[in-house]
Design a protein around this ligand. Structure first.
Ligand code: GLN
Length: 493
C-alpha cells in the first residue's frame, strides 16, 4: 500500500515512476477520510490544495531534477502560519484567522516540493502534553492497550502530528517543541521525533509560545525520514534574529554512519524516583544496543536536572504571557464586546482562551510582576544558566546522552491527573534539553507489557544533529521496532 511507504521509499518510487504523486496524495486523502473522524488528528484537511500540489509535483518529477520532498504528503501542525489556509493554534481566540503569509519552515518545505494534506491538531497554543486542551476536540492515539478499548491520548502538544504519522495519514509531519512537544508525542505514538538545536529552524511565522524555547522539527516513522525532512526545514532566516547562520549538513548521510569510538553518556539524575522497572529495563536495553554498536558507555551527572521543571514552568509561562498579550480582541481574532475597553479585553480573553492557557498567562504575569520578578523570573534565568552549564560539561566527556523520553506510556483520556502540576511532571526528561537549547531525538524502542510504545531520547551537542541521527539510526536498527497501531490506513479496526 502506498501509505505504508517511508518518505525515502516514496521519493524513490516517484522518481522511478512506480506511481504518481497524484496517486500517493489520493491514497493519503482517502486514509484521512476513513480515519480522521475517529482520531481527530487534523483540524483542517486541505484535500483540494493537496491534489493541485500533487499534480504540480508530477510535472516537476517528469521534468527531472525534482527536490527531495517533491510529491511527499505531509501534515502541518496548526501552529505554522500557512498562506490562505486557516491557522488556529487550536484556540478559539484566533477565530477564523487565515494568514496572508507562509511561515519560513513551511515555505522551505513547499520549495522542496512537499504536498500539505492538512493542519494537525495540538494542545491550545502548544501548551500541554495530551491534546486534551484543543478547542477543536481531543485527539485519539491510534494505539490501544492489548484487549482494552480505552481511548488514549497521543501526547502533546504535537499530538495531531504524531497520531497522523503513526496512523499513516501523512508520511511525515511538522511539530514544534518548547519543552518536549515533539519528543513526548512521538514516544506515545511509536514514531520518531526530532527537536533540533534552538536556532536551527526559523521561528518566523510560527505562532509563538515561549520564544527562547520554541523550535520546529520533523515527526516521521524512521530516523532517515526525519533527516530528510529536517534538511528541508532548517536553515538561516534573516526574518528570525535567533536563527543560526550555520550551514545545513547532509543529515541523511549521517544515517548508518559507524558509531565506533562514540561515547554515550547515561545521566544519573534521570533515574527518577519511582521510575517503572519496565522503563528502566528499556533504557538498559538501549544502553546495551549502543554498546554492541561500538559505543563506549559513560556515567555522567547533570546535577541541576532536578530544577528543570520548576524553572521551565516559570520561564515558559512568563514568555507565553507576554507573547499572548497580542490577543486582545482588537487586533486579532475573536472579540467579545464590553462596556469599557477593559471589559472587552477581559471578556475576549476569558472566552477566547481555554483554562490551561489562562492559567499560564496568570502564572507568567505573576512571575514577571514588579514585586516577584527577582524572586522567580530572574532566579529561574540563573538556574537555566546552570542547567546549560551541566550539558556543556557533560559534552566534554561524551558525544550523546541516552535517557527515556517520557516517564510513562500513553494514558487514557479519562486517566489524566486532575492536578495540573502532576501533569507538568510528564515533561521531566524533555525539559532540560529545551532549557539548554540542545538538539534531542526520540526513537521508538519497544512495547510495554500492555502493548504500548516506549521511546528513548538522545540528546546531542549544539548543532550536531548529525551525531544524533547516526546514533538514532543505529538504535532504530537494533531495536527493530516494527509494531503498528490498531488504527492506521488500511487496517481493519
Ligand atoms: N508539555 C509542555 C508544556 O505544556 C511542553 C509543551 C511544548 O513543548 N510545546 O509546556
Amino acid at each position: 500500500m502506498l501509505t505504508d511507504l517511508t518518505i525515502a521509499q516514496a521519493a524513490e518510487g516517484l522518481r522511478k515512476r512506480d506511481f504518481t504523486a497524484a496517486e500517493l496524495t489520493n491514497a493519503h486523502v482517502k486514509a484521512i477520510d476513513a480515519l480522521n473522524g475517529r482520531l481527530n488528528a487534523y483540524i483542517t484537511v486541505t484535500a483540494d490544495q493537496a491534489k493541485e500540489a500533487a499534480a504540480q509535483a508530477d510535472k516537476t518529477l517528469s521534468a527531472g531534477d525534482a527536490p527531495t520532498l517533491t510529491g511527499i504528503p505531509l501534515g502541518i501542525k496548526d501552529l505554522f502560519c500557512t498562506k490562505g489556509v486557516r491557522t488556529t493554534a487550536a484556540s478559539r481566540i484566533l477565530g477564523d484567522f487565515t494568514p496572508t503569509y507562509e511561515s519560513t519552515v513551511t515555505a522551505n518545505l513547499l520549495a522542496n516540493g512537499a504536498v500539505f494534506v492538512g493542519k494537525t491538531n495540538l494542545d491550545e497554543f502548544a501548551m500541554g502534553s495530551t491534546n486534551l486542551t484543543s478547542a477543536f476536540g481531543v485527539v485519539e492515539n491510534p494505539w490501544r492497550r492489548n484487549g482494552d478499548d480505552t481511548p488514549l491520548v497521543p501526547g502533546g502538544s504535537s499530538g495531531g502530528s504524531a497520531a497522523a504519522v503513526a496512523a499513516h495519514l501523512a508520511m511525515g509531519a511538522t511539530g514544534t517543541d518548547t519543552g518536549g512537544s515533539i519528543r513526548q508525542p512521538a514516544a506515545y505514538c511509536g514514531i520518531v521525533g526530532l527537536k533540533p538545536t534552538y536556532g536551527r529552524c526559523s521561528r518566523w511565522g510560527t505562532i509563538a509560545f515561549a520564544s527562547s524555547l520554541d523550535q520546529a522539527g520533523p515527526m516521521t516513522r524512521t530516523v532517515e525520514d526525519a533527516a530528510i525532512m529536517l534538511a528541508a526545514m532548517a536553515g538561516h532566516d534573516a526574518k528570525d534574529s535567533t536563527s543560526a547562520n550555520i550551514a545545513v549538513p547532509d543529515y541523511r548521510a549521517a544515517c548508518g554512519r559507524s558509531l565506533k569510538g562514540l561515547r554515550i553518556g547515561v545521566p544519573a539524575e534521570y533515574r527518577a524516583p519511582g521510575m517503572s522497572a519496565e522503563l528502566q529495563a528499556v533504557w538498559d536495553r538501549g544502553v546495551a544496543m549502543l554498546r554492541e554498536a561500538g559505543c563506549e558507555i559513560v556515567d555522567v551527572s547533570l546535577p541541576h536536572t532536578k530544577y528543570g521543571l520548576a524553572t521551565y514552568y516559570i520561564i515558559a509561562p512568563a514568555e507565553a504571557s507576554s507573547n499572548l498579550a497580542r490577543y486582545d480582541g482588537v487586533r486579532f481574532g475573536d472579540r467579545r464586546e464590553g462596556a469599557s475597553l477593559n471589559e472587552l479585553y477581559e471578556r475576549t480573553r476569558h472566552d477566547g482562551f481555554g483554562e490551561e492557557v489562562r492559567r499560564r498567562v496568570l502564572v507568567g504575569t505573576y512571575v514577571l510582576s514588579a514585586g516577584y520578578y527577582d524572586a522567580y523570573y530572574l532566579r529561574a534565568q540563573k538556574i537555566r544558566t546552570l542547567i546549560q552549564r551541566d550539558f556543556t560539561q557533560a559534552f566534554e566527556s561524551v558525544d550523546v546522552l541516552l535517557t527515556p523520553t517520557a516517564p510513562t506510556a500513553a494514558f487514557g483520556h479519562n486517566e489524566k491527573p486532575e492536578d495540573p502540576v502532576q501533569m507538568y511532571l510528564n515533561d521531566v526528561f524533555t525539559v532540560p534539553a529545551s532549557m539548554a537549547g540542545q538538539p534531542a531525538l526520540s526513537v521508538p524502542v519497544s512495547l510495554d507489557s500492555t502493548g504500548l510504545p516506549l521511546g528513548l531520547q538522545l540528546i546531542g551537542r549544539h548543532f550536531d544533529e548529525e551525531t544524533l541521527i547516526a546514533v538514532g539510526s543505529a538504535l532504530e536498527k537494533a531495536a527493530d521496532f516494527t509494531a503498528r497501531p490498531t488504527f492506521r490506513a488500511g487496517a481493519a479496526a
